[in-house]
Design a protein around this ligand. Structure first.
Ligand SMILES: [Zn+2]
Length: 316
């Protein structure tokens, strides 16, 4: 599942490759991914892309209606109030568990066949503004592997009209140490649950919460409201360092050309049974109904394996 670093890398890729291009056509191959009705995707046709932004794990492409003589310089700052008046629309994408954005400089002009294959949406991008008539076959597909079908696409006049964006907590990369402390103060859930709650803290999912907790040397079962000052310091540093390093790696790998699940540089996540790169202990796993988390006992839990409810049930 793409999390903050991968979605940030996708936003970076789109900003570099799409800004100032015109949206030629949007093909919807899987109607179920489209969560809004009005405006329709065809309302994006002919608009100029002015940029891309990440909101938590959501990705938005900003598309401005063209007004002859009133076009913003490519790369110029967004002006949300003025742009809304001028009819800015946003294509908002949530890649969810098995979704990905596949960039192509040789995109097929044919609409993908509905109900066949993993392509849910195809966005054809046309000429660069001011260079009309040169022709272009660049664009991207939104794909979804597997059967869960959670990929979601919205066409909205304001990104905050997407319920998942409206309820986002502060971005994980934007929080100060004191902001983090205030956010977690008095809460009673486990830290693994808190870090992945998008309404509390935006951007971190199952993979990077494992990595952040390992780097902070904290048990995933720690009650967040009971973190002492030293633990809060470590957690804040780990959040910044783990996410920043992962953003840099993802941007360097050109995320739009990679598979979503391919991540480099992980210490514990998806590494059950392998040695911890810090201490050499064996990485362990706790499984739940539809996911699992990994941790290092020596680094995080005083050497003690955590209770695995599924295992305990089986052994009872
Ligand atoms: Zn370790």
């Amino acid at each position: 599942m793409p999390e903050l670093p991968e979605v940030e890398a996708l936003a970076h890729h789109l900003r570099e490759h799409v800004t100032a291009r015109l949206v030629a056509r949007v093909d919807v191959a899987a109607l179920t991914v489209l969560k809004t009705v009005d405006p329709p995707p065809s309302a994006l046709h002919g608009r100029a892309v002015t940029g891309a932004t990440r909101y938590g794990k959501f990705l938005a492409l900003h598309c401005l209606e063209r007004e002859p003589g009133a076009e913003r310089e490519p790369g110029a700052e967004r002006e949300p109030g003025r742009d809304r008046e001028r009819g800015e629309l946003h294509l908002v994408m949530h890649l969810a568990r098995a979704g990905w954005l596949r960039w192509s400089e040789n995109l097929s002009p044919v609409p993908p066949k509905p109900g066949k294959g993993p392509i849910a949406l195809r966005v054809h991008l046309g000429d660069v503004l001011g260079l009309e008539g040169r022709g272009s076959s660049v664009g991207f597909d939104l794909t979804e592997a597997g059967t869960q079908k959670r990929l979601a696409v919205y066409v909205v006049r304001d990104p905050a009209q997407v319920p998942g964006i409206a309820r986002l907590g502060p971005d994980a990369l934007a929080l100060s140490r004191d902001g983090l402390a205030a956010l977690l103060h008095g809460r009673t859930e486990r830290i693994k649950t808190a870090l992945t709650d998008q309404g509390l803290l935006a951007g971190v999912g199952n993979a990077y919460s494992d990595e952040v907790l390992h780097a902070a040397r904290l048990s995933p079962y720690t009650t967040v409201g009971r973190l002492d000052d030293d633990a809060l310091d470590r957690l804040h540093v780990a959040l910044q360092e783990v996410l920043t390093a992962a953003v840099d790696r993802s941007v360097g790998q050109d995320a739009a050309r990679l598979k979503g699940e391919k991540r480099a540089g992980l210490a514990v996540h998806a590494r059950t049974g392998l040695p911890c790169p810090v201490c050499g202990d064996t990485v362990r796993e706790v499984s739940f109904a539809d996911k699992s988390m990994q941790y290092c006992p020596t680094c995080q839990t005083g050497g003690k394996p955590l209770a695995d409810r599924r295992m305990s049930r089986l052994l009872r």
